[in-house]
Each structure stands twice: as C-alpha cells, then as structure tokens.
Ligand binder design. Structure first.
Ligand code: ADP
Ligand code: ARG
Length: 369
C-alpha cells in the first residue's frame, strides 16, 4: 500500500524548525514559535512551506516577537488556517475575552471624569487596498505606484476645506520624469516624526525588516497631513494605509468621529476598495491588526504605574490594554509615567467595544493609581 508521507524538510527548513523549537521553550510569548510546530509545517507541500516560512521569518529571527508572523497574501489566512486560526484566536480571543469590557454605556464614557491627566488621543485604522499585493510582497515599482495612486486619490481631501493640507513624501525619485513634487528632506522628515505625525524609519525596525515590510525603504513611503494636522494618512508603512485622527486633550469620541468621517470620505473615492475577509475582517499585514484594524490610544501620565519594580505592561494587560512608550510601539516606557495606552483586541468586537474597553481599563487603572 502506498501511504503518502510528508516530504523530508530541506536543510534550511530543518534549521528554521530547530530555531522555532528552541524559541518555544525560551520565549513562550512568541506566538509564531508556539503555533508553528514541526508536524504542522511538514503537513504542507514544498510550495506552501516556502510561503509559510516567509510569513514566519520575523518570529524566528526575532525571539522577542509577541506575534512573530505577517500575512503576505490575503489567502494565507485560509490556506494556513491550521496555523493562523489558533494564533489569531489566542491573540484576540480567548486570552483577552475576560479583559474586554463591552457593557459600558457610551454616554457615561467621559475621560475627563476619570481624573486622569489625558494629554492626547489618537485613533487609527489599518487598511490595505485591493489591486496591490500586501506590503511584505510588494516590489519597488508597486510601492511607487501605490503612493502615486493615493496622492491622486487624496486630492479629494486636499481640495475639501474641511481638510486641506498636503502630502509629504520620502520617495527619492519616481523615475527621471516627473520629479516627485512632494519630496521632503531629512530635516523635514525628522520634524514630522518628532511631532508624532510621520512613521519612523522602517529600515530600523528589525521585526518589519525580517518580514520584508521594510524593503525598498524609503520608496513609496509618504503621508498626507490635513491643514490643522489632526487627520493623517500614512502611505506605505506596515499596511498600505493607516488612517489616523489625533488631537490634544481627552476628546476621544471627537477624535473617533473625525476618523469615521474621514474613512467615509476615503471609501467614497472611486477605485478605493479595501481587502476584507468574511472571517477576519479587514486584512492587515500583522495578525494583531485584523478585524476592525482600530487602535484607539490615549496618552496619559501615571507615575505610580511606572515606578521601578512595577511591571507596567503586565498590569495594563490585566485590563485588556497594551502600554507603549510615548515614542511609538517599541519605545521604552519612562519612569516619568508617560505612556500610550490602547486596547489589545481589534477582532471579534465592534469599534464601540474597543472604545469601551479603553475607557473601562483606564477607569480601573485610575482606581489603582
Ligand atoms: P500605530 O501602531 O498605531 O500606527 P505607533 O505606536 O507606531 O502607532 O505610534 C505612531 C506615532 O503616534 C508615534 O509617534 C506615537 O508616539 C504617536 N502616538 C500614539 N498614540 C498617541 C497619542 N495618544 N497621542 C499622541 N501621539 C500618539
Ligand atoms: N512583529 C512584531 C512582534 O511580533 C510586532 C507585533 C505587533 N505590532 C505591530 N506593529 N504589528 O512583536
């Protein structure tokens, strides 16, 4: 009897599997290592293994990854459901289910009443466009075409008096002709990063670099900023687009409303169609951004939570919140108590639930402080 046996792994695959096996023990929070077992990997044929290896390279090369994989094509989610399904449910589902607060009445969500000094709010969604490969699979030409088509599309906002503003681009050249009219220099770029408007140098992000998302930097990387600097659209970062509404103070709902209006305006632009999946919502490069793709964050100062010896991230996680330093995702949280707090979950719940989780979690943290 001829029983189909799994293909023997190649030497390269053996090294990859050995690394993951080692990380499963040394770094239990690395979800990629936890879920990509040898049996699972070898259950696929050669072509699928190569694709799965590409999705998981970042987790194997960066032990401290918390997710450790990226989606390179929308169909990866279903072709590799045996891998992505449990990993996604772990990140967004079971673990955070008890930590998600959904019974909060919207009318009662007044951040100022919590007595926490909220310095600013930022609400964003991650979106990818049909008609382009996902960021980790793009080449330089496609990244440039994406930027050029978005610069054209976002004229709708620039020409609208409610938005105005302009595009700032990092693409050195689009080709000999025409020159890039939106190109900024290093000093202008740094000023936008310092103002928390523009994204940081992706080539210096080891997770994105291993995953192929930083390739061709800085080609195809740009951002639209409204005249009052409260609406921002990142072009060509971890997802094709990050649509952002940001403001000083505690007006979380106003920031969210402005984001919804902007999203509606962008969705109405002819040719704009976002990649959406029946099971996993809006498709993002990172499994952590699937679903609503919404990250609602407030910047607060809570020095009692950042004192030496206090595990700030673990305390916030208990309430379904992720704590980041004020310089962005991987920036350290300083002892001065300043941090950016946002709900971890974006999938299997509504935008309103996300705002309620943020509000509820902040209330519980305020009670501890
Ligand atoms: P994301 O993953 O949501 O796109 P990052 O953590 O990479 O965001 O942060 C991007 C930029 O936005 C950083 O400069 C960060 O300091 C800034 N930022 C995030 N949250 C806030 C906030 N609530 N107020 C002001 N700036 C913020
Ligand atoms: N790939 C990184 C990790 O696994 C980032 C995960 C979440 N952040 C993000 N920007 N997608 O730790």
């Amino acid at each position: 009897m001829d029983i189909a046996r799994p293909l023997q792994p190649t030497a390269d695959e053996e090294r990859f599997l050995a690394k993951l096996a080692q990380l499963r023990v040394s770094h239990p929070d690395n979800l990629c290592a936890r879920y990509l077992t040898r049996d699972l990997f070898t259950s696929f044929g050669a072509a699928e293994r190569e694709r799965l290896h590409d999705c998981c390279r970042s987790g194997a090369e960066n032990p401290e990854s918390t997710v450790g994989c990226y989606i390179l094509r929308p169909e990866d989610l279903h072709d590799f459901d045996a891998f992505f399904g449990p990993l996604i449910r772990q990140h967004h589902g079971t673990l955070a289910a008890e930590q998600c607060i959904t019974d909060q009445n919207a009318d009662d969500m007044d951040l100022a009443a919590l007595g926490l000094p909220v310095m600013s709010t930022r609400v964003r969604v991650a979106r990818n466009l049909k008609g382009f490969r996902l960021p980790a699979s793009m080449d330089r030409g496609e990244r440039i075409r994406l930027e050029q088509s978005m610069v054209q599309a976002l004229r709708v906002l620039i020409d609208d008096p409610l938005y105005g503003g302009r595009v700032y681009s990092l693409t050195p050249e689009f080709g000999p002709d025409p020159a890039n009219p939106n190109l900024i220099d290093d000093r202008q770029y740094q000023a936008l990063v310092d103002a928390h408007i523009m994204f940081r140098n992706m080539d210096q992000d080891r997770f994105m670099k291993s995953g192929g998302l930083a390739a061709d930097w800085p080609y195809g990387r740009a951002c639209y900023v409204s005249a009052d600097r409260s609406v921002i659209v990142w072009i060509g970062e971890e997802d094709h687009l990050r649509i952002i509404s940001m403001r000083t103070g505690a007006e979380l709902f106003e920031a969210y409303d402005r984001l919804r209006q902007t999203l509606t305006a962008i969705e109405a632009i002819p040719g704009i169609d976002f990649v959406h999946d029946g099971a996993y919502g809006y498709v993002a490069s990172c499994p952590s951004n699937l679903g609503t793709g919404l990250r609602a964050s407030v910047r607060v100062t809570m020095p009692s939570l950042t004192k030496p010896g206090v595990d700030t991230k673990a305390i916030c996680r208990r309430f379904g919140l992720s704590a980041r330093g004020v310089g962005g995702e991987d920036a350290p949280i300083g002892a001065d108590g300043r941090m950016d707090l946002s709900p971890i979950r974006r999938l299997f719940l509504t935008d309103r639930d996300i705002l309620a989780t943020l509000f509820g979690g902040l209330g519980r943290l305020a009670a501890l402080a």
